[in-house]
Design a protein around this ligand. Structure first.
Ligand code: ZN
Length: 133
C-alpha cells in the first residue's frame, strides 16, 4: 500500500454536500461521476496528494444507502493506492483478510478497485485502488 489515495464520505444529498465541501476546501470538485455498477453518484476534491470522495446513493439498494440507514452520514472508507491490485489481493488473502470485491472491478475516477471486508480490518472499510493506465 503506497499512500492514502482518497477518503470516501457517505452523504445523503450530493448537491447539498458539495456546497458544504466546496466551502470547506475553498475550491470546486474536479470531477463528478455516476458509477452505475455501484449505484452511486460521486464527487472528487483534490487536497494536496490526497482526494476526498463524496458518495451518495442513486438507488435504495446501493451499499451507500444501506450504510447511511445503519450509521448515518460520515466517513465510509479509506482507499489506498497500489501498483498491482491482483498481487496485493493475493497477499492480503494469504494473511487472512476477506476481500469483498474479488476479482477487482472498475470504480470511479479511472481506477480498478477492490474492497476488504471491514470485519477483517477492525471495522474499517478499506479500498485498494490501482490507476488504469
Ligand atoms: Zn473510494
Amino acid at each position: 500500500l503506497k499512500k492514502i489515495e482518497h477518503i470516501g464520505i457517505a452523504v445523503k444529498n450530493i448537491t447539498d454536500a458539495n456546497a458544504v465541501f466546496e466551502a470547506l476546501f475553498d475550491q470546486p470538485a474536479y470531477k463528478s461521476e455516476v458509477v452505475d455498477s455501484e449505484n452511486v453518484d460521486t464527487t472528487f476534491y483534490q487536497i494536496g496528494d490526497t482526494k476526498i470522495e463524496l458518495l451518495s446513493a442513486t438507488s435504495s439498494d446501493s451499499a451507500i444507502a444501506k450504510f447511511i440507514d445503519k450509521k448515518g452520514e460520515g466517513i465510509h472508507h479509506i482507499a489506498f493506492e497500489v501498483d498491482d491490485i491482483i498481487s496485493e489481493i493475493e497477499r492480503l488473502k494469504s494473511k487472512g483478510f476477506k476481500i469483498i470485491t474479488d476479482p477487482p472491478k472498475k470504480g470511479a475516477d479511472n481506477k480498478i478497485i477492490a474492497f476488504l471486508h471491514p470485519k477483517s480490518s477492525n471495522g474499517v472499510l478499506i479500498e485498494l485502488c490501482q490507476e488504469i493506465k
